[in-house]
Each structure stands twice: as structure tokens, then as C-alpha cells.
Write a protein of this length. Sequence first.
Length: 92
Amino acid sequence: MGSDPFSRKKGSDPIVAKLRWRCRRGMRELDRILEGFIDNGFQELSAAEKRQFAEFLEFPDPDLHAYLVGRAEPTDFELAQLLKRIRESSPH
């Protein structure tokens, strides 16, 4: 499927399955937002954006929460754009 390891169908890709597992943070609100994005927006990202999402999951939970609920804004433009997409894909 090309050189993008994230491009396989939902459910059949071990990398996406690993990311889905990493989205389970133990905070209900974070879990809902991040898992919702995996289901409703992740596959639409470019390969670079998918890598950035994987890197974003390395952030500590309090930082993730602050960014995702809009209590903090990143200085990095690409990360800010990714956060906007994540927020927009989240069920309200």
C-alpha cells in the first residue's frame, strides 16, 4: 500500500491499532476525543500529519488535555492545525 505505513484499512493495520491503544489515557474526556479522532479523521491525514499525531500522543496527559480542550495553544503552527482537526472530528 505504498510507503505510508498508516494507509491500510481501519481495523487491519497494526500501527493504527497501536495508536488506538495509545489513545486510551484513562481520562474519559481524552479517551473520547482521541479515539473519536482515530475513527473519524485519522485516515484523512497526510503521512507527515499521522507521524505528528503519533508524536503528539507522547505528551503528558495534562498537556494533551489542555491542548485538546483549548486551555492552551501550541506555538507550533502544524501542531495547532492538527489540534484543530482533532477538535473538529470530536463528537460534541
